[in-house]
Design a protein around this ligand. Sequence first.
Ligand code: HEM
Ligand code: 2DC
Length: 469
Amino acid sequence: MAQPFNELPGNWRTGWLNLYHFWKEGSFHNIHNIMIHKFQKFGPIYREKLGFYESVNIINPEDAATLFKSEGTYPERFTVPAWVAYRDFRNKPYGVLLKNGEAWRSDRLVLNKEALSLEATDCFVPLLNEVGEDFVNRVQVQIEKSGRGRWTADLTNELFRFALESVCNVLYGVRLGLLQDIIDPEAQKFIDAVTLMFHTTSPMLYIPPKLLRRINSKTWRDHVQAWDAIFMHADKCIQNIYRELRLNRKTTKEYTGILSSLLVQDKLHIDDIKASVTEMMAGGVDTTSMTLQWAMFELARSPVVQDQLRAEILAARQVAQGDVLKMLKSIRLLKAAIKETLRLHPVAVTLQRCTAQEIILQDYLIPSKTLVQVGIYALGRDPKFFPKPELFDPQRWLKTDSTYFRGLSFGFGPRQCLGRRIAELEMQLFLIHMLENFKIETKRGVDIGTKFDLILIPDKPIHLTLRAL
Ligand code: HEM
Ligand code: 2DC
C-alpha cells in the first residue's frame, strides 16, 4: 500500500510563514539553490507551500517518467498568474502558452505543423543560417576596429538582437536589421520589455497579481507596461505581413515564414494566430540568447571540447560540401554540447504538470489535480544522475544507456516547448559559424553563478573574448 499524501516530507503546513521567511531572506532570486538544498534535506520527493503556491517536487528521472507518462491528452503546467492577469486586464486572448484543454490542443496541433514538423523546420535552416553569418560579420568588424585581432565584451545585448532577428526571420520571413550598427529603437524597446516582463513576473508567482494591482504596486505597473510594449510591437510586425499578403495575392512558392503559412491556411482564427505568434516572438529572445552565452562561456573554459567541436564542424562542412542541411546531420557532438549547456544552465528551473489522474511517486499516493514539479536544475547538478556534474562533458550524452528521462530542457510530450526546433537550429547554426571563425576565450577563475529571474540567467555579466582564427 502506498503512503498517504499527507505523509509527504516537507514544511508544507505553514505556507504563509514559509513565504515570510522566503521573502525576508531575499530568496527570490535563488529558488534553484533552495531546491537543491531541500532535496538534500527531505530526499527525492517533498511537498511545499509558499503563499498560494503549492507543489510536490521530484528529482528522480524515473519519477519524471511516471509523471509524463500519465499526463494524458491535455497536459497542464503551472499557470503563471501574472501572465493570465495581464491578458484578462487588457482583454487580450490567450495563445498556446496559457490555453488549456481542447482549445489548447486544437491550436497546438496547427502550430506544431508550422513550428516542429520536419517539413517546416527544413525551411528555417536558410533563414537562421543567414542570421548566424551576419553575426559573424558583425564580430569581424568589431575585431578589425580593435586592431588587436580580438574583441572582448559582454555579449548580452548583441545576443538579444541576434535572437530577435532570428525568430522574426522565421516568424515573418523578414529581416529587421538588428545586426547593423544603428537599429530601430522600437526593436530595442521590445527586447528591454521582454526582460522587464520576466523580471516583474517572479514576485507575482507567490503574491496574487490582483492584490498588487489593487495597491498599484510598481511591480504590477512595470509588468503591464512591459506586456503593452510587447503586444504593441508584435502587433505591428503581424499587421505588416497581413497587409502585404492581402495586397499581393500572387501565390509565390517560396517559404515566407510561419505567420504567412498560418494566415494562408486559415485554420486558426486571426486572434489565436496573433496571440501565439506574439508568445513565440517574446519567447524567442532571452531563452536562446542566454543559452548561447552560457554555451560560449563553457566552451571558453573547456578549450579541449572547443577544439573537438571545431574539428567536427570542419569535417561536417567538407563532407556536406556547403549543403547546410546535410551538415546539420553530422554534428553529434555539437548537439550534445547544447544539451550539456542546458543541463548545467536550464532556462526553466522546473517542469510542472498538474496530475490528470492519481499516481504513485516514491511510494506516495499523489491525488489527481496536484501540481508536481520536476526540479531540472537540481537534477542536472546531482551526482546520482550525472556523475561529476560540475564537469562540462558533452560526451556523456552520446552514451545511450545513461540518458533515460534526463534530457528534459525543453520539457516533454505534447506540451513541450513549441519553439524547440527554432531554438535548436538557431543555436546549432550560431555555434557552427562562431567556432569556424573564432576562438572563444574568457578570463580564468571568474566564477559566474545563476540568478532566478523567472528564467535562469547569469548572476553577473560574462565577458567573452572572440579571437580571429
Ligand atoms: C514552453 C524551454 C526557446 C516558445 C517551454 C517549456 C520549456 C521551454 C521547458 C515548457 C515545456 C513543458 O511544460 O513541457 C525552452 C528553452 C529554450 C526555449 C530551453 C531555448 C533554449 C523558445 C523559443 C520559443 C519558445 C525560441 C519561440 C519561438 C515556447 C512556447 C511554450 C514554451 C510558446 C509554451 C508551449 C505550450 O504551452 O503549448 N519552453 N524554450 N521557447 N516555449 Fe520554450
Ligand atoms: C518559472 O515556478 C518558475 O519557455 C515557476 O518561452 C514555474 C514555471 C512555469 C512555466 C515556465 C516558467 C517557470 C519559466 C519560463 C517558461 C515557462 C513556460 C514557458 C516559458 C519555461 C519554470 C518560456 C521561457 C517561454 C516564454 C514565452 C512567453 C514570454 C510568451
